[in-house]
Design a protein around this ligand. Structure first.
Ligand SMILES: [Zn+2]
Length: 381
């Protein structure tokens, strides 16, 4: 009874342990899920930033196009102003030349000093300065020449201004190009970041899938264990209350299924041993499996029940004939669920563990006979 409780609590502990492992897995799953979510958010943010940078870049490109058009227009203006200046200088010079002719005509017989001043002047400005002293020069000519000179100055000033504007536009274009390069680098950096995030996300999702698969496998195992524990508890309850046989259980892949699965502790091996009751040693013909009273005993293989009765030494015992000279013996049972002449299938619940007959405690004596000679059961399990 104590042993049964001990085993039941051991089973409970193992179910609990599995549950704790499942909890640990569950917390790692939720952590990994959280990480994947964070990475998704990071990815979205980076994509948003990249789109915004590309928008800025498009804005810069538009501005560059506009500036380029302005530069081209300014170039035309500068060229036109240059032509205007050339013409203004021609006009000024024409006026100067015709003025000189008129003055020469007016004074060809008069003041030779004045003619000298006129001819030695190296520029119109110098001439006008020298002519300050010459009151005889016609007011009309003076006015005309000054006017033309002012036009030349104004046009030159305008040309200078246009060239300044042109230079400003070029500076603006240069700064736009620099900004474009900077934005291109930022977009590239963002793309690199996105690549890294995507790789991390992929790895995290893969890990998550693995964890979920492991958790599912653990859950399946736990379910299986719980099912086994329940079946065993039911079988024990049935055996304890003197009820009928439990469900069939086949385990392992040996020729024989284990007659008491889960109870692999051998209290006595096959072969020579000191007899527990008699003083002298004897040859043990089977193996003793320690198990609580009521533990289900399963048929090692399909066959016909040839013995199912009580004897003073074997207690309640069963013999199954499997054909080909092979028989199995099950001894000391507390209950028998089969009768002589009955066919049984492999793993069928044929009896329950007990301590009937010559026995020092609840156990199953399992014996295999080949052509009437006991052989080691281990060779068949
Ligand atoms: Zn024995």
């Amino acid at each position: 009874m104590i042993l049964r409780k001990k085993i039941a609590s051991l089973l409970l502990v193992s179910v609990l342990c599995l549950g704790m492992a499942a909890n640990a897995d569950a917390s790692e799953i939720s952590e990994t899920e959280k990480k994947a979510e964070e990475l998704e958010n990071q990815k979205k943010a980076a994509e948003g930033e990249k789109a915004s940078l590309e928008n800025q870049l498009n804005g810069i490109l538009t501005e560059m196009d506009e500036t380029k058009a302005k530069i081209e227009a300014k170039e035309i203006e500068v060229r036109e102003k240059e032509e205007e200046l050339v013409q203004a200088k021609i006009d000024e010079n024409d006026q100067y030349e015709s003025m000189k002719k008129r003055i020469k005509y007016m004074y060809e017989n008069g003041n030779s000093q004045f003619i000298e001043i006129l001819c030695e002047s190296k520029s119109i400005g110098e001439f006008l300065n020298n002519a300050e002293y010459i009151t005889t020069i016609s007011q009309y000519d003076r006015n005309m020449l000054t006017e033309f000179q002012q036009i030349v100055e104004a046009v030159a000033e305008q040309e200078e201004m246009l060239k300044t504007e042109y230079a400003e536009l070029e500076t603006l274009q240069d700064s736009l190009i620099a900004k474009q390069e900077e934005l291109n680098q930022l977009v590239e950096g963002k793309e690199e970041e996105l690549k890294q995030i995507s790789a991390d996300l992929g790895a995290t999702q893969e890990r998550l899938a693995q964890l979920k698969e492991a958790a599912a496998a653990a859950a399946r195992k736990q379910e299986e264990l719980a099912r086994l524990a329940k079946a065993q508890a039911e079988a024990q309850a049935n055996a304890g209350s003197g009820g009928g046989a439990g469900a069939a259980v086949v385990s392992g892949n040996g020729m024989f299924t284990h007659p008491c699965p889960g109870y692999s502790r051998i209290s006595s091996e096959f072969g020579w041993r000191e007899a527990p009751i008699a003083g002298a040693g004897n040859n043990h013909k089977g193996m003793d499996l320690a198990a609580p009273t009521g533990t289900p005993i399963y048929a090692a293989a399909a066959g016909t029940v040839t013995t199912a009765r009580y004897s003073s030494s074997a207690g309640n015992w069963v013999v199954i004939n499997h054909g080909n000279g092979l028989q199995t013996y099950y001894m000391h049972a507390s209950a028998l669920y089969v009768s002589e002449g009955q066919s049984v299938s492999k793993g069928q619940n044929i009896a329950a563990v007990g301590s009937t007959g010559q026995s020092t405690g609840p156990h199953l004596h399992f014996q295999v006979m080949l052509n009437g000679t006991p052989v080691n059961p281990r060779n068949y399990l």
